[in-house]
Design a protein around this ligand. Sequence first.
Ligand code: FAD
Length: 469
Amino acid sequence: MITSTLLDALRQALPAEVILLEGRDREMRLADAFNPLRGFPRDRSPWWQTPAAVVMPATTGQVAAVVRLAGQHRSPVVPFGGGTGVMGGAVPPQGAIVLDLRGMSKVRSVSVEDRVVWAEAGVVLSDLDAALEPHGLMIGHDPWSTPIATVGGAVSTDGVGYRAAKYGSMGDQVLALEVVLPTGEVVQTKALPKRASGPDMDRLFIGAEGVMGVITAAALRVFRLPEKRRHAAFSFPTFEAGFAAVGEMFALGLRPAITDLTEEPPEEEGDVPVLMILTYEGYKEEVSAQASRSAKIAVAHGGTNIGPAKAQEYWRDRHVPGYRFKSDSQPLLPRERWERAWPWRGLGDYMDAALPASKVLEYRRQAQAICQEAGVAIRQAAVWTQPELYSMVLTRPGDLSELASFREVSDRLLRLAQDMGGSMEYCHGIGLKLLHLAGREWGQNLEAVRRIKQALDPYGIMNPGKLGL
Ligand SMILES: Cc1cc2nc3c(=O)[nH]c(=O)nc-3n(C[C@H](O)[C@H](O)[C@H](O)COP(=O)(O)OP(=O)(O)OC[C@H]3O[C@@H](n4cnc5c(N)ncnc54)[C@H](O)[C@@H]3O)c2cc1C
């Protein structure tokens, strides 16, 4: 419920059309792509509450007005982008105002000379690429979810896309941010690739899941469209051999835009148990040099060049899950989506751990032992975009009655990554799903970061509870 005084204040401050109070408008924003049937968090009760109100602001001033009023009335505010987050970062608590940033979807400026675009938070990634293309430019961030995820959401999760090996994560591409702080003040940094005038303020908001403020616009480093693109695929006799090849490529400075080393149990004849997909792009001499040197390294480590077909297919189909999610989910209310995912087709989870490269193979060995002991299959495991980033897809037959024991296995794997000097998640954030391990993740830094949060958000209104803050 929203109090009538807050509602009156919002109505006075904002045009009527940006305040959405209808049941369906609010119900649509009670969840992102994290399905609670995936089994986390342990206590669901405070979450997945129908928002008290949805506001879809069109300007930074309107965002500031909402946040200021929410502070005065101590109402939680949850920033919402494309709603594709898979951890529950955008899931509202009781009484929240959800700020749907998709009303701010302008590309403010493109500078070919500076290679910088200023885009509002609600611009969808594929729309941004479409706007840049006539200028011969592109964003490097290229996740599966590109047809729905927004600039603000991708910065706030510091997402990793297919071509991150060459262009970095979404956060790496940020040159400046415009942010509405939890007190309603607007701050903006300068769009420069380098400053030596104090700590980088943008980093406070990158990957912050909306707990430090609302990003209203971002200046992003953009890249010239590649002159040339080339694909290659190699099979390996063992994961260890393929991993050594990736390590050697990176040590030498090679950066195939797509670097993916995946192992999965073969399902059909002809399936390759360990497959390396490489896509090179850039200026033509660079592409040739990267392709020939990577091929030499792969073969020297026992790889077999199986031709480009599998890599071409990978490239062609890389956004299919995103388009499928868009067409399947967007007409449905979250509760309808969850019901459609029923009946339960067995237990499953995916995890994306970051580890020192020197620890990846040992982590893999211990993870395999844990899963084997618990009867969990590792359906797929991969080094994605760089040697330090290790992902797994886990499955086990069973129903919800076995969820708790399945969850224990995932937790053991997450804690193992932390204990080996790694991070439990490199791609999707903490959200609600990993909240119970957030304290372990922050370690001794928790108190310092809580003090920063307290200083910026004295009333604790900004996406409260997320990130363990
Ligand atoms: C099919 C599918 C494929 C996916 N593939 C990938 C992938 O390849 N790589 C990857 O990294 N992720 C992937 N994801 C996860 C998801 O797309 C990313 O996390 C994405 O960056 C979230 O963007 P969004 O706009 O949907 O954000 P939302 O889900 O709306 O929000 C994510 C978080 O950011 C906060 N937030 C949103 N906007 C703002 C803002 N303007 N200011 C402050 N905080 C804000 C929210 O409160 C929430 O905590 C995938 C998801 C799906 C469903």
